[in-house]
Design a protein around this ligand. Structure first.
Ligand code: RB5
Length: 142
């Protein structure tokens, strides 16, 4: 499992901590930036993470902005991407199991780092259920 991770200024601090967390768990990741707390345009980093997934280099992505919302909106414009802005553990599990989400969007200004770590754990460890009704509904997205 290889994970693409990106952020803007609103998510830089959380992304930095999450990368340390992934390292501690020996989970490989690719950091596409941004690389400081300077102001940037979050769609650039949403696209960079999504390209890692659509190219097949990474299976899942993590995007962190202030709220997770802008990143999810930008990511969901990209074909093949199913991004979910998540702030509770049930949703982290259900969006993998039911929606086969491939990008987890987090709010660096709205949730704490311990919850963010839990959401990452749940997201990357939960498989898509593969149930026909869920696959059918996902196929209706485009
Ligand atoms: C940047 O200030 C902020 O707008 C961004 O991080 C994000 O919250 C957008 O959805």
């Amino acid at each position: 499992m290889n994970i693409a991770i990106g952020c803007d200024q609103g998510g830089y601090a959380m992304k930095t901590e999450l990368m340390e967390y992934l390292k501690s768990k020996k989970i490989p990741f690719v950091d596409v930036g941004s690389y400081s707390e300077g102001s940037v345009d979050y769609p650039v980093y949403a696209k960079a993470v999504c390209e890692k997934i659509t190219s097949g280099e990474c299976e899942l992505g993590i995007l962190v902005c202030g709220t997770g919302i802008g990143m999810s909106m930008a990511a969901n414009k990209i074909k093949g991407i199913r991004a979910a802005a998540v702030s509770d553990n049930y949703t982290a599990q259900a969006t993998r199991s039911h929606n086969d989400a491939n990008v987890l969007c987090l709010g660096g200004r709205t949730i704490g780092i311990e919850l963010a770590k839990m959401l990452v754990d749940t997201f990357i460890s939960t498989p898509f259920s593969g149930e026909e009704r869920h696959a059918r509904r996902i196929s209706m997205f485009s």
